[in-house]
Ligand binder design. Sequence first.
Ligand code: EPU
Length: 296
Amino acid sequence: MINWRMDLEKICKRIKYDELLANHTSFRIGGPALAFVEVSDRHEIQKLAQESRNWGLSIVILGRGTNVLFEDSGYDGIIVKLAGEFKKIRFEENFVIAGTGVSLNKLSNECAKSGLSGLEFAYGIPGSVGGALIMNAGAHGNSISDVVRQIELIEENGKSTIISGEEAGFGYRKSELNRYFCVVEAKLKLEPKASTEIKDRMRELYSVRKNSQPLRELSAGCIFKNPPNDSAGRLIDSCGLKGKRIGDAKVSSKHANFIINKGSAKASDIYELIDLVKTEVKKRKGVELELELEIL
Ligand code: EPU
């Protein structure tokens, strides 16, 4: 039998076995992962891609855990967090080059400080740059695909590849980037503008978000994608489902497309509430809601 732990320990320095995923998700839900590792450079992630093909274990690259739900029984595989060089940002003229482990908020703030406009919409989106690329995160009519020019990826065989924004297959809250082992860096094209103007716009958009979304509660952001020309939140709300509760999982009374963990919700409470919402919206509005949340 392959001793994957021995191999893993040769590649990564920071490994925790049986780490509770509830500590790494915005829902604060999730049992232990077989192994939870932090990688700090390309060499480590490339070795991990190559070696892990022999282990027969599934591997998930976790961003900030803001759009995922893990089982209470945990995850029977390896969870990888990007640290070290993947948390760096640099500027080249009107481009920003960001590691995918950087938080979107930090990136948005740094761009504002440097007088570069284009990521104001992203301020307040709780995820990482990597997660934002894979999901094509967006808000207020913009999405990250608007500014992405290049993406560096690690393929399943460990090879590093650079693709253009057009090659990423971006659509509404989707991309084709999850075909690769890992997304490591992105180059975004921004426009010069006065920092004060950028920051004012960020504050304005953030206040819209604060007034309409339950930001102080434990959630995973919007649960469902918006159906074409409609809003999942509006549909769920008009079915009278705000406040609906199963165990400690509750449809937010502030924004109906958010499910919140009132404290000790189980993953099963969340699934059941998702099912109930889907069924009601289908029955009463004839609309099939599609999950934005990733269930692992
Ligand atoms: N609405 C209701 N009841 C609700 C929620 C919304 O009637 O409970 C109505 C609002 O009054 C408004 C319309 O529905 O007329 C749209 O609502 P909102 O402006 O809040 O936008 P949304 O379509 O619900 C989208 C994104 C959010 C993003 C906001 C702000 C999706 C699934 N949601 O929400 O993204 O923050 O716009 O731009 O695309 C996320 O992706 O996780 C997310 C939260």
